[in-house]
Design a protein around this ligand. Structure first.
Ligand SMILES: Cc1cc2nc3c(=O)[nH]c(=O)nc-3n(C[C@H](O)[C@H](O)[C@H](O)COP(=O)(O)O)c2cc1C
Length: 270
C-alpha cells in the first residue's frame, strides 16, 4: 500500500520544494477508506457549489483547488482594475465566480442577493454609457466598462428578507416581523459582491466596481428588464487585467490616504 502512494509522495515533495511550503493533500474519495472501515471523505470539487441543499450543508475545509491561491495572496491582489484584455472569460470560470453567491452569508439565510451577468457587447455598451464611461475616458482611462469581457450587476431583493422574517421561527412574541436595525439586504449584497471580487482573483482575473448614478437608474433597470422588487446595488467589471497605469494615480485610492488601522479598528470598546 505504501508503494502505491510513493509516486504521489515524491510528486508532493517536488511541489513543496518549488513552493517553499507544505502542499495540502486532497484525499481521493476511494482512498484507503474501505480498508480502514471509514466512510470516504469527499474530495474538494470546483463544482461543489452546484450540489443541492443538504448535500453541501457541512463546511468543507479542504483545499478548494490545488491551483488556488492562499487567502493572503488574494487579499494582496485585491484592488480595482480599470483596464482589461478583450478576450472573453471562459464560461466555466465565469460560472464558478458567480456561483460563490450561494456561499454568501445572509440575515436569516434570506438569500436576497441576485446577480445579472452580462457578456453581450451591445448591452455592455448601453450600461457603460448610462454609468458615465465617457467621464473616465476623458481622464485617460481605457473603456474599462464596455471593454470588460463581463459585467456582474449586483442586486438585492428586499422582499426575500420580509418573507423570511415573517416565518414562525423569526417573528417576535407579537407575531410581527422585527424592526430592521439596518437594511440587511444591501449589506448582504455587498458580501456577495466581495466574494465575486475575491473569486475573480482566485481565477487569475481582475475586477472593478462602479455605481449607477440615481438619475440613470430607471434606464438601466429597463435595459436589464429588472422586476420592480429587485434593486441594483453596484456593478462589477471582470476580465484579465491589462496595463492599468491610471488607477494608482487618479482613482480615489490614489488621491485619498489609506486610513490608519487605529482609526478603523478599536479594541474592546470605542
Ligand atoms: C459601492 C462601490 C462603488 C464604487 N463606485 C465606483 C465608481 O463608480 N467608479 C470607480 O472608478 N470606482 C468605484 N469604486 C471603487 C472605489 O473607488 C475603490 O474601491 C477605492 O478607491 C479603493 O481602491 P481599491 O479598491 O483599488 O483598493 C466603488 C467601490 C464600491 C465598493
Amino acid at each position: 500500500m505504501h508503494e502505491l502512494h510513493e509516486p504521489f509522495h515524491r510528486l508532493r515533495l517536488a511541489f513543496e520544494h518549488r513552493l517553499h511550503r507544505a502542499v495540502v493533500t486532497v484525499p481521493h474519495p476511494a482512498g484507503n477508506a474501505p480498508l480502514l472501515g471509514e466512510p470516504p471523505r469527499r474530495i474538494a470539487k470546483e463544482h461543489a457549489l452546484d450540489v443541492a441543499v443538504g448535500d453541501d450543508a457541512a463546511a468543507n475545509h479542504d483545499a478548494y483547488s490545488p491551483a488556488g491561491m492562499e487567502f493572503r495572496d488574494i487579499l494582496e491582489r485585491r484592488r480595482m482594475v480599470r483596464a482589461y484584455e478583450p478576450e472573453p472569460i471562459p464560461r466555466d470560470k465565469l460560472e464558478r465566480i458567480v456561483a460563490t453567491i450561494r456561499r454568501a452569508p445572509s440575515g436569516g439565510f434570506s438569500q436576497g442577493q441576485r446577480f445579472v451577468v452580462i457578456t453581450d457587447d451591445e448591452r455592455k455598451h448601453a450600461l457603460a454609457e448610462a454609468a458615465g464611461e465617457e467621464f473616465y475616458v476623458e481622464q485617460g482611462f481605457p473603456r474599462w466598462i464596455s471593454g470588460a469581457p463581463a459585467l456582474v450587476v449586483v442586486c438585492a431583493r428586499e422582499e426575500d428578507y420580509h418573507e423570511r422574517y415573517r416565518l414562525p421561527d423569526k417573528v417576535g412574541e407579537d407575531d410581527r416581523e422585527i424592526e430592521w436595525p439596518v437594511p440587511y439586504w444591501y449589506v448582504d449584497a455587498g458580501k456577495a459582491a466581495m466574494l465575486v471580487l475575491l473569486a475573480a482573483i482566485d481565477e487569475g482575473l481582475a475586477a472593478g466596481v462602479f455605481g449607477i448614478p440615481a438619475e440613470w437608474m430607471q434606464r438601466v433597470r429597463e435595459l436589464l428588464g429588472l422586476p420592480d422588487d429587485v434593486a441594483i446595488v453596484e456593478v462589477i467589471t471582470l476580465g484579465r487585467g491589462a496595463q492599468d497605469t491610471l488607477s494608482d494615480r487618479r482613482s480615489s485610492r490614489a488621491t485619498h490616504p489609506r486610513k490608519s488601522l487605529d482609526e478603523l479598528v478599536r479594541w474592546e470598546r470605542w
